[in-house]
Ligand binder design. Structure first.
Ligand code: SAM
Ligand code: SF4
Length: 499
C-alpha cells in the first residue's frame, strides 16, 4: 500500500460517530468561555469549598475549575498550592515515578507546525530503529536504572501498530545482569505515546502488553487546532484525536493518558478542555485518565510557531495551571517532563506531580550511542530544558523528601482502570505506592546510585521505613511482614518483588 493510500485509510468515521451526542463532541467551546467569564472574581468562601471537594478526591465540575483558574489573590493562590500537594499526598504519598522516553521512529506523515518531526522539515534525518537497535536502546536505559519507558513514534505506515507491538515485545525481552551479578534488571512497563488508532490496531498493542496509552490533544480549541494541523493530514481530524482514548478503553487498554501542548492556545482554555475530556471518559467508562500531561512547548528545529506562538506560557502561569489540574482531577497522575528547566521542574513537582523522566535523550537511537541533543539536533523533536541524569534528579528529590519510585506493580497486579479508581479515591493505592516505592528505590540504590545519591537515599529510606512501621493502616495486616521480608530479600540481591 502506498503511503498516500495508507494515510487515507486510517480514520474510521464510525469510531468517532458512535461517541457523539446529537452530533456534538464533548468540547463545548461556548460553555467553556462562558464558565471562565462568569467566574471571573470568585469569592474566597466558594474557593475554599471547592478545595474541600478536591481533598475528598472528587473530580471538579467545569464551573468549579473555572473559579480556581480565575483566582488572583496571592493568599488564596497559596492555599490552593498547599491543598494541591495535600491531595497528591493523600492519593500517591511522597513518591515520584520515573520513566525514560524512548524515541523509536521520526518518520511522520503529518505536518504539525510546532514539531521537528513534521514531514516538511527536510533538515530532519529520518530513521526507524530495527528491533536490534530498539533492544540496544532498552539496554542502555536499564543500565541507567530505569524500569519503565514511554515508547514514542511518529505516524507512518512503517511504524504503525505492528511495528509498535513488535517494539514493545523487543523492549520487554531485554534482560541486563545486575551490576553485582546474580540477578537481572529489565523494563517492567512499556507505555506508548503514538498517534490515534482504530480499535483493531489498539488491540494489537494491548496484546503486546502496553502499559499506558498516551495521546495529547495538543489544543482543545478547534480553530487553533485547524491552523496548526493541515486538514489534508490524518492529524488534521480533530475528532479522530479527541476520541482516541475512548477507542483505547474499548480495545481493553484501561490506563489512558491525556495531555495538551501548552503554548498553542490560552492555558485556561486548555485546562478546561482537559477536565472536559476526563469527565467524558468518566461518564462513558466510570474511569478517567490514568495520567494528565501538560508539556510546555519548546523550540523545535525549523519551527517558527514553537518559539513564537502568542500563547507561550510563563513559569508563574504554568505553576497555576498545574495547581488547578492537580485539584480538578485529583485521582490522576500528573507528568512533568525534562522539557522543563531544573528549577521549574523542581517547583512543579512540589505542586503535586507524580511522574517525571530523567537521563532523557530525544534523538532516535541516542541512548545507546550516548548522544546529547546538541550532537544530533537533526534527529530530535524539540530541545529539552533538563538533560540531567537519573542519579542527579533522584538525589535532588531525596534531599527534598521525595522518594524516587520505579514501581510498576499496580499494572501487573491488575490494579488498573475502574479497579484502581476507588483505591485511589480512598487513599489505599497510595499505601501500596509507598511500599513499592521503598522496594524499588532499594533496588536502585543497590544497583546504580552514586555514593552521594546513596547517602541521601539511605537517610530517606530509613525515614520511610519508620513511617511504614508506624502507619496504623499497616498495623495488624499481613502486608507489613511481607513488605519487610521483600525489603530484606532485595537487600540480599533478589529483584522485582512487589506488592
Ligand atoms: N506522533 C504522535 C502524535 O503526534 O500523537 C506521538 C508522538 S509526538 C512525538 C509526542 C508529543 O510531543 C506530541 O503529542 C506533542 O504534544 C509533543 N510535542 C510536539 N512538538 C513539541 C514541542 N515543540 N515542544 C514540546 N512538545 C512537543
Ligand atoms: Fe508527527 Fe506527532 Fe510530530 Fe505531529 S507531533 S509531526 S504527528 S510526530
Amino acid at each position: 500500500m502506498t503511503v498516500k493510500n495508507w494515510t487515507a485509510s486510517v480514520i474510521k468515521q464510525a469510531e468517532i460517530d458512535k461517541y457523539l451526542v446529537g452530533g456534538k463532541d464533548f468540547i463545548d467551546e461556548q460553555a467553556i468561555s462562558r464558565e471562565l467569564e462568569l467566574r471571573r472574581r470568585p469569592d474566597a468562601r466558594l474557593v475554599r469549598d471547592i478545595l474541600q471537594k478536591s481533598l475528598e478526591i472528587k473530580t471538579l465540575t467545569l464551573a468549579e475549575a473555572a473559579a480556581l483558574l480565575n483566582v488572583e489573590d496571592p493568599a488564596l493562590l497559596a492555599e490552593m498550592r498547599t491543598t494541591a500537594l495535600a491531595v497528591k499526598r493523600r492519593v500517591y504519598d511522597n513518591r515520584i515515578v520515573f520513566f525514560a522516553p524512548l524515541y523509536l521512529s521520526n518518520l511522520c506523515v503529518n505536518n504539525c507546525l510546532y514539531c521537528g518531526f513534521r514531514t516538511d522539515n527536510k533538515e530532519e534525518r529520518r530513521q526507524v530503529l530495527t528491533m536490534e537497535e530498539v533492544a540496544r536502546e532498552a539496554a542502555a536505559v536499564i543500565d541507567e536504572g530505569h524500569k519503565r519507558v514511554v515508547a514514542v513514534y511518529g505516524e507512518h505506515p512503517r511504524n504503525g501498530a505492528d511495528y509498535m507491538a513488535d517494539s514493545i515485545s523487543a523492549i520487554y525481552a531485554v534482560k541486563r545482569p545486575t551490576p553485582a551479578g546474580g540477578g537481572f534488571n529489565n523494563i517492567r512497563r512499556v507505555n506508548v505515546n503514538a498517534a490515534p488508532m482504530e480499535v483493531a490496531e489498539l488491540k494489537k498493542l494491548w496484546r503486546a502488553g502496553i502499559g499506558t496509552y498516551q495521546v495529547f490533544q495538543e489544543t482543545y480549541h478547534r480553530g487553533r487546532y485547524a491552523e496548526l494541523h493541515a486538514p489534508s493530514t490524518v492529524k488534521g481530524n480533530y475528532r479522530w484525536r479527541l476520541y482516541a482514548m475512548h477507542r483505547a478503553m474499548e480495545a481493553g487498554i484501561d490506563d489512558v493518558a491525556i495531555g495538551a501542548l501548552f503554548g498553542l492556545h490560552d492555558w485556561r482554555f486548555e485546562v478546561m478542555g482537559l477536565l472536559a475530556h476526563a469527565l467524558d471518559l468518566e461518564r462513558h467508562f466510570g474511569i478517567g485518565p490514568h495520567t494528565v500531561s501538560f508539556p510546555r512547548m519548546q523550540p523545535a528545529p525549523g519551527s517558527f510557531v514553537s518559539a513564537h506562538s502568542p500563547h507561550l506560557v510563563d513559569d508563574a502561569s504554568t505553576e497555576r495551571l498545574v495547581t488547578v489540574l492537580r485539584l480538578a482531577i485529583p485521582y490522576s497522575g500528573l507528568i512533568v517532563t525534562a522539557r522543563e528547566r531544573p528549577d521549574a521542574r523542581r517547583r512543579l513537582i512540589a505542586l503535586g506531580c507524580t511522574q517525571t523522566d530523567a537521563s532523557t535523550r530525544l534523538g532516535i537511537g541516542a541512548y545507546a550511542k550516548g548522544l546529547r541533543q546538541e550532537e544530533n539536533a537533526d534527529k530530535v523533536q524539540f530541545m529539552l530544558g533538563d538533560q540531567r541524569c537519573l542519579d542527579e534528579v533522584a538525589r535532588e528529590l531525596a534531599d527534598d523528601g521525595m522518594i524516587t519510585s520505579f514501581c510498576t506493580a499496580g499494572y501487573r497486579c491488575g490494579r488498573t482502570g475502574d479497579k484502581i479508581m476507588s483505591l485511589l479515591e480512598k487513599g489505599v493505592e497510595g499505601k501500596f505506592c509507598k511500599l513499592n516505592a521503598a522496594l524499588t528505590f532499594r533496588e536502585y540504590l543497590n544497583d546504580y546510585a552514586s555514593p552521594a545519591t546513596r547517602a541521601s537515599g539511605e537517610l530517606l529510606l530509613a525515614r520511610e521505613l519508620r513511617e511504614i512501621e508506624q502507619d496504623p493502616f499497616f498495623a495488624g495486616k499481613k502486608l507489613l511482614p511481607v513488605f519487610l521480608s521483600y525489603y530484606n530479600r532485595i537487600g540480599n540481591g533478589e529483584r522485582d518483588l512487589y506488592m
